[in-house]
Design a protein around this ligand. Structure first.
Ligand code: 0T9
Length: 383
């Protein structure tokens, strides 16, 4: 196990044993320090918008096939950041901080070249199991993405298999809706202490008169390359307009993809320039549960190798949470979500999902209350 520091070999192998004999919520297992990331999962939805020009381009595309491809291009443009960026910045995939209930993250990307201000709001809506809900909005372009993510993990021949639960709905001009589902993950390289993600199986983008099915494969399949995908876009029967019946795109999601049917040339080239989110500045309005404020000392401990500080602070946060839950029970209260309402089923998911026979046929949903913190209004007027 080359990447494991000698002093942590014992704890890494017991961590691996506990994963192997465990399925469900991995986030609560204690891992050795070298594999810890100082970033909480509530920051992950920012990956949807690190290339904001592709998000904005959805609004500029012609409704129909052009727009379906613009949605696909934006989606593909996020995958490198979503699934390989920890390897690039920290040397391998790392275990993110496990968000507490009510943890929030707010941020934005500035309006540049007329693309509009992009705003992000994230809330941890469940702790056990971890569920993260988010909204991304570009008001100028009339774009709004609302989604939630959870994971079901299992262990199979040395790898962690992560089934993503949840979905996102992108609304264009308050009328056109696209249902987006997420791929399955396989986390390999565990034995050597250098985990990395490969994507597998299928995810969908359904809406605007088209269905796009994206298949993911690793080394030794379609093209022999890691991080390969093949997408097929077809008109929804009775809803499609003019244009090719079927558009097929093939390539790798972290580098280059091209049309192999219904078009020609490059579809997408992942460039190096990405823009990290600018967090809203800490204010008393955002409160103690703002992720970077909440985890500040834990993150500092992890970054600086002061694991005593990290684990002391982590225990403090966890104990405080346990106490809150006890108090709620004692006082007959339940935790209220700040920005979302939990609804047992989602008619948009059901209606669009049916068109591609996706499973499960229904899912719950977190609808946004529309209450952006006032800090965003200042940003919007500065733009
Ligand atoms: C949604 C993304 C998700 C979250 C992370 C599986 C994982 C938690 C969920 C699916 C984002 O849009 C995309 C990227 C990475 C995913 C994480 C990778 C990961 O390892 C963790 C899990 C919970 C672990 O921390 C497993 C233990 C760890 C030691 C392996 C590195």
């Amino acid at each position: 196990a080359a990447a494991v520091p000698p002093a942590q070999r014992g704890s890494w192998s017991s961590f691996l044993k506990s994963i192997a004999s465990f399925s469900g919520d991995l986030s609560s297992l204690t891992a050795p320090p070298f594999i810890l990331s100082p970033v909480s999962l509530t920051e992950f939805p920012a990956y949807w918008c690190e290339r904001p020009e592709y998000f904005a381009a959805i609004a500029d595309a012609k409704p129909g096939q052009d727009r379906a491809l613009a949605v696909l291009r934006w989606f593909i443009s996020t995958l490198k950041d979503q699934y390989t960026s920890r390897n690039e910045t920290m040397g391998s995939e790392k275990k993110p901080l496990n968000p507490v209930l009510g943890e929030v993250f707010y941020g934005s990307w500035p309006d540049r070249n007329g693309r509009g201000l992009t705003e992000l709001l994230v809330e941890q809506v469940s702790h056990h199991p971890p569920i993260t809900a988010y909204v991304i909005e570009n008001k100028k372009k009339g774009l709004k993405l609302v989604g939630h993510n959870a994971q079901k993990t299992s262990f199979s021949s040395g790898a962690i298999i992560v089934k993503q639960i949840g979905h996102a709905v992108l609304t264009v001009n308050e009328t056109e809706q696209y249902l987006i589902t997420f791929p399955r993950l396989r986390i390999d390289g565990l034995w050597y202490g250098s985990p990395y993600i490969e994507l597998a199986e299928t995810s969908y983008i359904i809406g605007g008169g088209n269905i796009t099915t994206i298949e993911y494969k690793g080394k030794g399949y379609f093209s022999g390359k890691s991080h390969s995908f093949k997408s097929t876009t077809v008109p929804i029967p009775g809803q499609g307009g003019a244009g090719p019946k079927e558009i097929v795109i093939e390539g790798t999601w972290h580098e280059h993809s091209k049309f192999s049917k219904g078009g020609a040339g490059t579809f997408h080239e992942v460039h190096e320039q990405k823009e990290e989110v600018t967090p809203l500045e800490w204010t008393s309005e955002l409160g103690e549960s703002e992720t970077r404020r909440l985890w500040f000392l834990v993150a500092k401990g992890i970054r600086e190798g002061d694991f005593e500080l990290a684990s002391r602070e982590k225990s403090r946060i966890e104990n405080e949470q346990r106490q809150r839950r006890k108090d709620e029970v004692a006082e007959g209260r339940t935790w209220e979500l700040r920005h979302f309402d939990h609804v047992a089923s989602d008619p948009i998911y059901e209606q669009l999902g049916r068109l591609a026979k996706i499973v499960p046929p229904t899912e719950d949903v977190y609808t946004f209350k529309g209450n952006w913190p006032s800090g965003f209004a200042a940003l919007a007027s500065a733009n």
